[in-house]
Ligand binder design. Structure first.
Ligand code: FAD
Length: 441
């Protein structure tokens, strides 16, 4: 009897433990269920990326004699209906930490048992599975450094090759991949400059990264204009790359330590989210100061018209590319939560509507970290936007790249348009003084 491999955020054939186990054991039904209710709440940028990644996965499975079967509806009943139609004995899936994913896993286990279909969850979404390392007292690690030490000591499973052959049952209709209609119904704007989604382009990106710019990562990752980070976050978000394979691919190469530490940050946020599922809605820890309502400020921030170039450049990068440099994410988030004192949730929502890599564990975890309600050990640190701008974009290249209004201001002058004798007419005055340190409480 076949095994259903239920794909979700693991859209690849390489290093896919669930697919690997199923394919080694007989016929497989690779299945993706598009749930219109979930898609309506998702960002257009991500839906388009998902469509591309699914098309790529179907091609990869067909090249192995298989197929990607697509059904529309609610995941659990659709998976069980497909199990009944094919006589499948089990459903295999990659374990995930989001609220919705865990509810789905529980329902598959319970309803599957009633229907005589076994459910098994496999690793593959993180380098180290969320439950694999826990502090002595139980619960989850709240501070990164001790987590990292434990993470580095933890053994790794081997990276698995893609199966040579994926045998699928005959006569089962393949179903239609989601397309432009699904994209249209999503949230947020469509960014014009985004990379193509899918395992094949992702693997090409990984190769180009690890054989090239990775070696300078440690020195250049914070330089905004250098764009010297991997940009693999969306590929990891959709599971077109296995985080374990990315870590192993980098291991031992120059620059790898700093890069692999970032993958540990990703795992860290996932183990927090696994143990604190309220991360999307509730403060991880309370903050002293009250939040403020500032609809005008929030709108200016969203549009990249706060009058502070380093903030606006980040926000326009997000609109244009569905991506923002990590340093700019920290500064734009500090501006909103520590400067305007607008609740981090408003900011996280806007990021989530646009980011290709948008993921609750990472996005909300990082927002709370910046806002001072998360697991930062120094939640009251002060951020000086102007000093940060001069340090990480010394000659203003990043700012000019995204703000055509400032094209006429050479070098570091692009960071202080208000100080010009003749400030650019089409650029607004600053909403707050960026040379003042933005505090926490
Ligand atoms: P690289 O520097 O090349 O890092 C390699 C990988 O490590 C990334 O692809 C990513 O998977 C992981 N990583 C790096 N930094 C972090 C971090 N701080 N937390 C978790 N994982 C990390 N990352 C997301 O993947 N999704 C999000 O929704 C997201 N929201 C964020 C919101 C805020 C306010 C902040 C400050 C950060 C957020 N990040 C998020 C983390 C980080 O900014 C991005 O992962 C990174 O910029 C992606 O670029 P890269 O792939 O070139 O990263």
């Amino acid at each position: 009897a076949p095994v259903i491999v239920l794909f979700n955020r693991d859209l690849r054939v390489h290093d896919h433990p669930a697919l690997h186990a199923a394919a080694a054991d007989g016929p497989v039904v690779p299945l993706f269920v598009t749930d219109p209710r979930i898609l309506r709440r998702a960002a257009r940028n991500r839906i388009r990326h998902l469509c591309e990644a699914l098309a790529d996965l179907r091609t990869a499975l067909r090249a192995r004699g298989g197929e990607l079967f697509v059904r529309e509806g609610e995941t659990v009943p659709e998976a069980l209906r497909t199990a009944a139609a094919t006589g499948a004995r089990a459903v295999f899936a990659t374990a995930d930490v989001s609220d919705a994913a865990r509810r789905r896993e529980r329902a598959l286990a319970e309803e599957g048992r009633r229907a005589g279909v076994e459910f098994r969850a496999f690793p593959g979404a993180t380098v180290v599975p969320p439950g694999a390392i826990t502090p002595a007292g139980g619960g989850h690690y709240r501070v990164f450094t001790p987590y990292l030490r434990a993470w580095e000591r933890t053994g790794r499973r081997p990276v698995l090759p893609a199966p040579d052959r994926v045998a699928v049952p005959e006569g089962l209709p393949s179903g239609e991949l989601p397309g432009p209609d699904a994209v249209r119904r999503g949230r947020g704007a469509l960014s014009p400059e985004v990379p193509r989604g899918g395992e094949e382009p992702a693997r090409a990106r990984l190769r180009a990264w690890s054989e090239g710019p990775l070696s300078d990562y440690g020195d250049r990752r914070d330089l905004l204009a250098a764009d010297a980070t991997s940009r693999l976050s969306a590929d990891l978000r959709f599971g077109c790359l296995s985080p374990l394979e990315v870590a192993e691919e980098a291991r031992g190469r120059p620059g790898a330590d700093a890069f692999v530490r970032q993958l540990a940050w990703r795992d860290f946020h996932h183990q927090v989210a696994a143990d604190f599922p309220g991360i999307a809605r509730r403060d991880y820890r309370p903050r002293g100061t009250a939040w403020r309502d500032d609809p005008g400020g929030l709108e200016a921030w969203r549009e990249g018209r706060t009058g502070i170039p380093i903030v606006d450049a980040g926000m326009r990068q997000l609109l244009r590319e569905g991506f923002m440099h990590n340093r700019a994410r920290m500064l734009t988030a500090a501006f909103l939560t520590r400067g305007l004192r607008v609740h981090w949730r408003r900011g996280a929502e806007h990021f989530h509507d646009l980011l290709l890599d948008g993921d609750i564990a990472d996005n909300h975890g990082n927002w709370q970290w910046v806002a001072g309600t998360g697991n930062d050990t120094r939640p009251n640190r002060r951020t000086n936007l102007l000093r940060q701008a001069r340090r990480f974009d010394p000659d203003g290249t990043y700012v000019r790249r995204y703000l055509p209004e400032l094209a006429g201001l050479p070098g570091g002058r692009a960071h202080t348009p208000w100080a010009e004798q003749d400030p650019p007419a089409d650029y607004p005055p600053p909403l707050l003084d960026p040379s003042e340190g933005l505090g926490g409480d």
